[in-house]
Design a protein around this ligand. Sequence first.
Ligand SMILES: [Zn+2]
Length: 120
Amino acid sequence: MIVSNQIKCKWCGDTPYSTHRHHMQYCKCEKVAVDGGPEYLRRVFDSTKQFNDDLYPYEDISITAPDSSIDALAAAVAVALERHCNARGIVYAVLRAIRDEGLVTEDGKEWESNLIEDQE
Ligand SMILES: [Zn+2]
């Protein structure tokens, strides 16, 4: 499923995101747009205007994950809320769920494993 439908414009650095179907959002310089919300990943840009030699003038920073992964994270949050955890406690519960479930993105990559490794 599409969790976050978002791009980063290589021209201006803006990071527009689309929250629902037919919610097309342009970046600040209006060279790229994102659309589709959680329904589909649509990008709009003038293909004759490349940023440097890049094929696409944006970086896709969307988040996609299998439904089962989202269910596992939601279950971890539900438990944390039952235990009256504060915001940090909820974040820790989510990080533990990512570690324990071996969550992956829809394209099979490990999900933000560097988030956990960066904690010293
Ligand atoms: Zn832009």
